[in-house]
Design a protein around this ligand. Structure first.
Ligand code: GLA
Length: 383
């Protein structure tokens, strides 16, 4: 008991010290308290290692907001208007840090060093075989055991509508080679878009694939099966039973993966199709038609009852469309809402899963002296 009390006292002291240190490095005398920073950030919680986690609220001229926390670079909420001008939160997540730390299927998180799966946690680069942390048997998912979604990001700058975060991932972290310096700039534009600009540099050859893992629900509740999806993709990458691409680029023609004509998510999700069975629904990478490296429209999703529209723009060659098939009613999120099967969907622009093990996929190798770039825009409107 005494031991426990001492531990709690020490943890509280560590948290308070960390908070004051955070303040001191960001502002001078008397400009921040235990719960707020001079730049408007609010204390969201204290991470397991005692470090403070800050919440930044971005605003635009229309009254839209984006809340971002420094743990995992997580988009904690996105309030956007519907066709009647009524604002509502269109992403899933938690009101408290504890949920994100202890039980989150990557709600809203910045994913890295490698988005999606790497087969059996192995890849070979420059003749060296690397073994990375496996966390999704038998594969590595979203970086490993402690991916970029579980680290605290440093705040480089903030303004009323933007936030610049950075993270220095050390050589050997989760098994990946090279010290990787990552920057993520979030901007809430007056066009009701949240724009994410990721850049990274490394001091050794390495692999990088960053993305964003928001779970959207444009109605703000219920399942997402009546959301209507358009995808700019003639092909997708079929997977094996562990969701690793087989290497094939398969035409979508005549399959439930053809979203070139806007179709409800639920229209074909229950079809007797091996790929849908492997994914328990949609959990696949589409090969995006527009040129890689140029910002183009990947996807357009509309929700008939609220009239909300989400456009996904990116510079990436692939898009992982995931229909929330692992949500199972065991998570109680914001506002006490229980997240049932397929209550949210993700649109994750990225390079293809398991690219380091497929020579025919666009390369994910980053060399020293080069800068990795990835821009993702989630733009909201109504119709
Ligand atoms: C990605 C994966 C899914 C699942 C979710 C997180 O979208 O492709 O299989 O792991 O992340 O639950």
């Amino acid at each position: 008991m005494k031991n426990n009390n001492t531990k709690i006292a020490l943890a509280t002291l560590a948290a308070a010290t960390a908070i004051f240190t955070g303040c001191a490095s960001h502002c001078g005398h008397h400009c921040c308290s235990l719960s707020a920073r001079h730049d408007g950030a609010k204390l969201f919680g204290t991470a397991p290692d005692g470090a403070p986690v800050w919440l930044y609220t971005l605003h635009n001229k229309n009254g839209a907001t984006a809340r971002i926390i420094t743990y995992g670079g997580i988009i904690q909420s996105l309030e956007m208007p519907d066709k009647n001008g009524k604002f509502g939160d269109v992403v899933l997540g938690y009101n408290y840090l504890d949920g994100y730390v202890t039980n989150s299927p990557y709600f809203g998180a910045l994913i890295g060093r490698y988005g999606n799966r790497i087969a059996k946690g192995h890849f070979t680069l420059d003749g060296v075989t690397y073994t990375i942390a496996t966390n999704n048997f038998p594969n590595t998912l979203h970086g490993g055991v402690k991916g970029f979604d579980k680290v605290i990001w440093h705040v480089d700058a903030s303004s009323p509508n933007s936030l610049s975060l950075s993270y220095a991932s050390h050589d050997g972290e989760e098994g990946y080679p090279g010290n990787l310096n990552v920057k993520a700039v979030y901007t809430l534009t007056d066009e009701n878009a949240i724009k994410l600009e990721y850049t990274a540099t490394s001091d050794k050859d390495t692999v990088v694939n960053l993305t964003q893992h928001s779970y959207f629900n444009l109605a703000g509740r219920g399942d997402i099966l009546s959301h209507i999806v358009y995808l700019d993709a003639d092909k997708f990458t079929p997977v094996d039973s562990t969701l690793i691409p087989t290497g094939e680029l398969r035409p979508v023609d005549g399959t439930p993966f053809d979203f070139r004509t806007a179709t409800a998510i639920g229209a074909r999700i229950g079809q007797d199709d091996e790929q849908l069975k492997f994914g328990k629904g949609y959990d696949h990478n589409w090969v995006i038609n527009h040129p890689m490296g140029e910002l183009g429209l990947d996807a357009r999703v509309t929700e008939p009852t609220t009239g909300r529209v989400l456009e996904v723009w990116s510079t990436e060659p692939g898009l992982q469309f995931y229909s929330g098939n692992f949500l199972d009613g065991t998570i109680q999120g914001k506002g006490g809402r229980v997240y049932q099967f397929r209550n949210g969907f993700c649109m994750e622009p990225q390079h293809f899963p398991d690219s380091p093990n497929h020579d025919n996929f666009p390369s994910v190798v980053l060399h020293p002296g080069q800068t990795y770039h990835n821009t993702i825009v989630y733009k909201f409107s109504d119709q």
